[in-house]
Design a protein around this ligand. Structure first.
Ligand SMILES: Cc1cc2nc3c(=O)[nH]c(=O)nc-3n(C[C@H](O)[C@H](O)[C@H](O)COP(=O)(O)OP(=O)(O)OC[C@H]3O[C@@H](n4cnc5c(N)ncnc54)[C@H](O)[C@@H]3O)c2cc1C
Length: 232
């Protein structure tokens, strides 16, 4: 574990309530694996506020790291980042942390997320593609409306250029939107249709979401040793 201060170099709009904050590594060797998170620390209104954020960029990018942060209603740190953090500011961090990590391997991987839970899975997907690892990847993402889809253009582009990569998105509240794709929550039927056997599953999102996905995977015969969860 290391402590370091990184300079914010870009604030990138992803959706109406989610931005990616890009920090320069500036020669700092942050040795992390896809799926790791860091702790960000900031004095806000006289109090030290400390929050965990998954790294959404690939560890192969040695110039910068990305944190993809959702603005939480009345949330102290996320609102600080949206309203008060400016390009050029430094944020104290420590890490990397976590066991929710992808290690190179030949088994297929299924990356399952809801909302901002996609952040650590983006690091895994980008890493696998950039490193050219020969593994089947399914990126299964659930979100409320088409306006909440994160990284859709990039996912579609990767899918188009890599026959081993499949991107599936399902929208839970499609009413009122021009959406012809999958709708509804991720259910057993959908999971059954993508499981071939022997894959490793990475599940990331809110606690209730994670528990429901894991229980469906178990019902479908997936062994616990092949499931990793990051719930927040
Ligand atoms: C391993 C890990 C990885 C994570 N990765 C990400 C990520 O990639 N992206 C991301 O966006 N988040 C991520 N998170 C969540 C993140 O750490 C923060 O919890 C999140 O950003 C909210 O922090 P905040 O300071 O904005 O909100 P907080 O100030 O912590 O508030 C959270 C909620 O609690 C409510 N609340 C706060 N205080 C009270 C109170 N006294 N009474 C009642 N309600 C209260 C607020 O209104 C708000 O709705 C991760 C968490 C973990 C553990």
């Amino acid at each position: 574990m290391a402590r370091f201060a990184l300079r914010l170099i870009e604030k990138i709009d992803e959706t109406h309530d989610t931005k990616t904050f890009r920090f320069a590594l500036n020669g700092h060797n942050l040795d992390f694996l896809p799926g790791h998170f860091i702790m960000a620390n900031k004095m806000i209104d006289g109090k030290l506020v400390r929050r965990a954020y998954s790294i959404s960029s690939s560890p192969l990018n040695k110039k910068s790291i990305d944190l993809t942060i959702k603005r939480v209603e009345n949330g102290i740190f996320s609102n600080y980042m949206y309203d008060n953090a400016n390009v050029g500011d430094s944020i104290d961090m420590d890490g990397p942390y976590g066991k929710f990590i992808y290690n190179d391997g030949s088994n297929g991987v299924v990356l399952i997320s809801a909302g901002c839970g996609i952040a650590p899975l983006m690091s895994m997907a980008r890493y696998i593609i950039e490193k050219g690892i020969n593994v089947n990847v399914i990126m299964l993402h659930s979100c409320k409306t088409p306006n909440d889809m994160l990284f859709r253009e990039e996912m579609l582009r990767i899918q188009e250029n890599n026959e081993n990569f499949k991107y599936i998105v399902t929208i839970t509240r499609p009413t009122g939107f021009d959406w012809n794709g999958k709708t509804g929550r991720i259910n057993e039927e959908l999971l059954r249709s993508i499981i071939k056997g022997g894959e490793r599953f990475f599940v990331s999102g809110r606690v209730e979401f994670g528990h429901s996905i894991v229980s469906m995977l178990r019902n479908l015969g997936v062994k616990d040793e092949n499931i990793k969860e990051e719930l927040f």
